[in-house]
Design a protein around this ligand. Structure first.
Ligand code: PLP
Length: 432
């Protein structure tokens, strides 16, 4: 299949770089937990003429003329998101996950307010109050973390911290935690201290749609998400919320706006100008794709693959943080090894397995080298890989570990085997 024929003649430099990256991703194992493969339909919508349109505002209330048709597009995206997530209100304009979270802060908190979240080294996201991010500079993070001994979030401990610190908002969301979150327990704690509960489902939205992870929508005031990770949409974000604010009289007695209106205003005009309509259209396409048995079976297989991979690795003597996984990701735990997480992710990359080094619970090494590697199964699952292929991946990872000190001689052999396996699989958006 010839990709991008016009670009090829008009800008061969960029064409060639895009092609090289695509070839690279098609001949190696994409195990970055936050990545998957968007469909050709999603890619086509992203590349559509909608990129030319300005539509500041919301459907029916724009600041530019000529928006009747794009109103339909945005309303379709919103309607489809409401259907798959079963929520009251949706905003599809945030340009990515971090801007979506920024809007949540602006809708709910005032600068200096306390927000409870996991620090980055503990598996949280930058926007959950980490010090180098706006969220840690403008707000005060009350940290919680998985227990160093078990690798699990202990809800009794979370409650203790919450009662002591009384944050105004609690994030229930992670980027590197292999276990399910107990939203019901988070909701009970939030209610005890009159805090807003916000779930960040950037990583796990597909598991929720597939019914293999608890659903936060009934328990949370707000749920934020990306659309480009396992959801396989364009690179973007969206916010689900209740319409009414249960703490309106306590925290916003003067405001005539409800929670949904405050979120909409925080996104536009609070933080952004014109919405990216080509991306919103592509998001609508991804939502439609996600509302299918094929997608739900993809979500289930992601977890089955991660569980199988964790078990196979453990059988080969590789430790897994928290003893396994019930999501799409696992953390290889190399605290007892001579080599670091960075050494290992580097050796894996040489061998054709692309992932990232990551802190693990109880890690004594610095965040620049770490003792762990984070592996995710969404992309391989999108390629149609199942348990037998996870066996192969576990074998390769085990070989990398055995050859960690002479990886340069072993890596090319593994890489060739991986390229051969990849060649046998279809890849959404790349190789039908
Ligand atoms: C990826 C991610 C985000 C946002 O990511 P962007 O890179 O800004 O799109 C937010 N929260 C969590 C938990 C994430 O994993």
């Amino acid at each position: 299949m010839e990709r991008y024929p016009t670009l090829k003649t008009q800008d061969p430099e960029i064409y060639s770089l895009i092609n090289r990256q695509t070839e690279f991703e098609s001949s190696t194992l994409k195990m970055i937990a936050s990545e998957s493969f968007a469909s050709l339909a999603v890619l086509e919508a992203c590349g559509s003429t909608l990129t030319n349109k300005y539509a500041e505002g919301y459907a029916g209330a724009r600041y530019y003329e000529g928006n009747d048709i794009v109103d339909e597009i945005e309303l379709l995206a919103i309607g489809r998101a409401k259907k798959i997530f079963g929520c009251e209100h949706v905003n599809v304009q945030p340009c990515s996950g971090s801007p979506a979270n920024q809007a949540v802060y602006r809708a709910i908190l005032k600068p200096g307010d306390k927000v409870m979240g996991l620090p980055v080294p503990e598996g949280g996201h930058l926007t959950h109050g980490w010090k180098v991010n706006f969220s840690g500079k403008d707000y005060v993070q009350v940290p919680y973390a998985p227990e160093p001994t078990t690798g699990l979030i202990d809800m009794n401990h979370v409650r203790e911290i919450a009662l002591r610190e009384r944050p105004k908002m609690i994030w229930a969301g992670t980027t590197a935690y292999p276990r399910q979150l107990d939203y019901a327990a988070f909701a009970e704690i939030a209610r005890e201290i009159d805090a807003y509960l916000v779930a960040d489902i950037a990583h796990i939205n597909g598991l929720i749609i597939a019914g293999v992870h608890p659903d936060p929508v009934p328990f949370c005031d707000v749920v934020s998400s990306t659309s480009h990770k396992m959801l396989r949409g364009p690179r973007s974000g969206f916010i689900l919320s209740k319409i009414g604010d249960r703490y309106q009289s306590r925290y916003f007695p003067e405001s005539k706006l409800n929670l949904a209106q405050r979120i909409d205003r925080a996104v536009f005009p609070g933080l952004q100008g014109g919405p990216h309509l080509h991306i919103i259209a592509a998001m609508a396409v991804a939502f439609k794709e996600a509302d299918s048995d094929a997608f739900r079976s993809y979500g289930r297989q992601i977890v089955a693959n991660a569980k199988h991979l964790a078990k196979s690795l453990q059988e080969k003597g590789i430790a897994i943080a928290s003893g396994g996984t019930d999501t799409h990701l696992l953390l290889l735990d190399f605290r007892k090894e001579e080599f670091t997480g960075k050494d290992f992710s580097n050796a894996m990359a040489k061998s054709g397995i692309i992932a990232n080094f990551n802190m693990v619970p109880g890690d004594q090494r610095s965040p620049f080298v770490t003792s762990g590697v984070r592996l995710g199964t969404p992309a391989l699952t999108s390629m149609g890989m199942k348990e037998p292929e996870m066996e192969l991946v576990a074998n390769w990872i085990s070989r990398i570990r055995q050859n960690i000190n002479n990886i340069d001689s072993e890596a090319p052999k593994i890489r060739a085997e991986i390229a051969e396996l990849c060649g046998k699989h279809k890849i959404p958006g790349i190789r039908p």
